[in-house]
Ligand binder design. Structure first.
Ligand code: ADP
Ligand code: MG
Length: 678
């Protein structure tokens, strides 16, 4: 409504950043690089782009703002569109992987850092922008770090930086109050603009539930729930923010809260303030956006809001009214696992600086409290001082290919804010060589140039391109889409319902011909797509309709990218002389030969990538319990618990990978890297 719009516009005048509007605009005008820092919630993300818009920066180019997280890009764009009183997707829009909400009219564009990286591939001078704002730089996401280096490099050759533009590009780097000296030094000692803001004291208390021996347990979900109920029944009015690690944990915690909260008599008085009920709201990445909007609204009178969130609520999104923090002490993180030689999502203890950031969320508008469920000993022994930047702990394969396609051959001496270990760069070069994306001398191949266009893992891209060259992309595109969305199979917590769901999922696997999890994904995609009432079909088959809807959209987009590439003259065309029934699995092998395992004894398989890890098939696979019939398999990913499980599995014949496997061992990384050092 009109009045709601007025409110949000009015509200923004009370933000700490508002008084510095004029000086900020001047600071951006006066230098190429500017570092802007200020407490979370001071208004950097939502206000600065609007100020620059008002100051006329959109007359000769757009304002682009990057976010490491897709939810943040979407949510913030919605807010800013509301404040600027325009429809989302018109003047203000957003773009994240597989979801583009922009138009010809868009001048203020929020996007993920990955999207801007793709735009640089097509337009290295970013000529459509007058200002680029890298936001949340303190998060040190891989893509943001690479963007920092690329922008620094762009200005090291003034001719390139000013090519095709009437006014020079401005770069603003925004960060919470951390590492700003380092950032300024990296960007040629550029000015730092600090938005002063006051914060209120937060009292932090350690708990007893998680100690140094509990780094791998998941018992903390119950503990945070207990703590939240304690706070609710004994503390004064004020909202609660709970930090957990991911969707399934958050849903479980919310279920428990709903269950337990009913048993509590809310009618108590604490120092004259009555808090009668608890409003429980989950907040995680793949949540529908209409549900997310509720998070920001104040609760009805007499009701206490309890938001159960991932790390997204630590700095990317600010929720007003939070007075109590409940910190699990854990976060989900993508790490390179040297035991299996792959990137794996792991739940790990947060760093001390992260814990302080979380606690700070309770002291934005008044004094607050932070309840940590872990002990002081856990803090001292298990939590590192700072979070290791993503660039130093994950696979660099995709970004190294991007850099190479940008003509940056010396990927070792690229200006990194913090350099990754050389062996990670070598590993990336090796993988790219294995996928035929670069040649022996480290130069990008024709195939590499096609691969960089796909927003998918290089292996999956390789399989899709192979299929396309054999004209059977209709089998691989749906699979690639299904593997790019959140989990599609519903796993009800209730044992009876779980049995029913398992039975139906097994039937779907059988329909696909059985014994191939990739084929099951294809079958689910096709059956649902051809159904008259797809949402009803999903409900009956225990499939997440929302995930499938995304998969349909992703498949269409991948198909469009492929069509565009196929119109290029040199798109490869091959003929297949094998058994047609094996075409699908042979295409998969081209991309997954790095993930081959051979059964050694009983249920145990051994990977063939040189690591020789001992793995087992995950119980969610239709091949589980069929191990005796298997010899060679490929798999999509691994799950590391006390064991190492492989997931989304398919049996293959040794013949199909025989010629590919030697590539895993015969690469001379020094030859690849000597070019890198040239
Ligand atoms: P910063 O980037 O400095 O951390 P933001 O610009 O994100 O600060 O936030 C400024 C204010 O805008 C905060 O009070 C926050 O609660 C509010 N805000 C941001 N997004 C929304 C939203 N979608 N709905 C309501 N309020 C929002
Ligand atoms: Mg921000």
């Amino acid at each position: 409504s009109k009045s709601a719009r007025w409110d949000s516009k009015d509200e923004s005048k009370h933000l700490p950043i508002y008084q510095h509007k004029h000086n900020l605009i001047q600071a951006v005008k006066n230098s190429t690089f500017l570092v802007v820092t200020g407490e979370t919630g001071s208004g950097k993300t939502t206000q600065l782009p609007q100020y620059l818009h008002e100051a006329g920066f959109c007359k000769k180019g757009n304002i682009g703002i990057t976010q490491p997280r897709r939810v943040a890009a979407i949510t913030v764009a919605q807010r800013v569109a509301q404040e600027m009183q325009c429809t989302l997707g018109r003047e203000v829009g957003y773009q994240v992987r597989f979801d583009d909400c922009t138009s010809q009219d868009t001048v203020v564009k929020y996007m993920t850092d990955g999207c801007l990286l793709r735009e640089i591939l097509a337009d290295p001078g970013l000529s459509q922008y007058s200002v680029v704002i890298l936001d949340e730089v303190h998060e040190r996401s891989l893509n943001t770090d690479i963007l920092l280096g690329l922008l620094k490099k762009l200005f090291s050759s003034p001719a390139k930086a000013s090519k095709g533009r009437s006014r020079p590009l401005k770069v603003v780097v925004m960060s919470a109050t951390l590492e700003t000296d380092k950032l300024s030094a990296f960007l040629g000692n550029c000015p730092v603009f600090t938005i002063p803001g006051r914060t209120f004291p937060v009292t932090c208390m350690f708990g007893t539930a998680v100690g140094p021996k509990d780094t791998e347990s998941t018992g903390y979900v119950k503990e945070v729930v207990k703590m939240a109920l304690d706070v609710h029944s004994s503390e004064m009015a004020g909202d609660i923010l709970v930090f957990l690690t991911g969707q399934s944990e958050i849903e479980r915690a919310c279920d428990l809260l709903f269950e337990k909260a009913e048993a509590i008599d809310y009618r108590y008085d604490v120092q004259d303030q009555t808090v009668e009920g608890l409003l429980i709201l989950p907040l995680y990445g793949s949540m529908p956006t209409d549900q997310q909007r509720q998070i920001f609204q104040p609760p009805p009178p007499g009701i206490r809001k309890c938001v159960v969130a991932t790390n997204i609520a630590a700095t990317s999104l600010t929720i007003n009214g939070i007075k109590y923090i409940i910190d699990s002490g854990f976060v989900k993180q993508l790490n390179h696992n040297s035991r299996v030689g792959m990137d794996i999502l792991e739940v790990v203890p947060i760093s001390k600086s992260e814990a302080q950031q979380r606690a700070g969320r309770a002291g934005r508008t008044s004094a607050g409290k932070c309840f940590r469920i872990y002990t002081k000993e856990f803090w001292e022994k298990c939590m590192p001082e700072y979070t290791v930047p993503e660039i130093q702990r994950t696979s660099l394969t995709a970004v190294v290919l991007t850099l190479k396609c940008l003509g940056i051959h010396d990927v070792i001496r690229f200006p990194y804010l913090d350099s990754p270990e050389e062996r990670f760069i070598l590993e990336a070069l090796k993988q790219l060589f294995q996928f035929d994306a670069i040649d022996r001398r480290g130069r990008v191949t024709q195939l590499g140039e096609l691969m960089v266009e796909f927003p998918l893992h290089p292996g999956l891209t390789r399989a899709v391109l192979k299929a396309a060259s054999l004209s059977c992309q209709d089998m691989l595109l749906p699979v690639a889409a299904m593997l790019s969305v959140e989990n599609i199979f519903i796993r009800p917590g209730h044992p009876d319902k779980q049995k029913e769901a398992d039975k139906i999922h097994r039937a779907l696997a059988a329909k696909s011909g059985g014994m191939n999890d990739f084929a099951t994904l294809l079958t689910v995609f096709q059956l649902c797509k051809s159904s008259d009432r797809p949402s009803e079909w999903c409900r009956q088959n225990w499939i997440h309709w929302r995930a499938l809807k995304s998969a349909f959209s992703v498949e269409t987009q991948l198909r469009e990218i492929l069509l565009r590439l196929q119109q290029k003259r040199d798109f490869p065309v091959e003929t297949f002389d094998g058994n047609k029934g094996e075409l699908f699995r042979q295409c998969l092998c081209t991309g997954y030969f790095t993930n081959v395992a051979r059964r050694s004894v009983g249920k145990v398989f051994c990977t063939m990538d040189g690591h020789g890890s001992m793995v087992q098939i995950h119980p969610s696979s239709s091949l589980f319990d069929q191990e005796a019939e298997l010899n060679w398999v490929i798999f999509h990913d691994v799950l590391v618990t006390s064991r190492v499980y492989i997931r989304t599995v398919c049996p293959i014949r040794y013949d199909w990978v025989k010629d590919l496997l030697p590539k895993l061992h015969e690469v001379d990384v020094y030859e690849l890297s000597s070019v890198a050092r040239e």
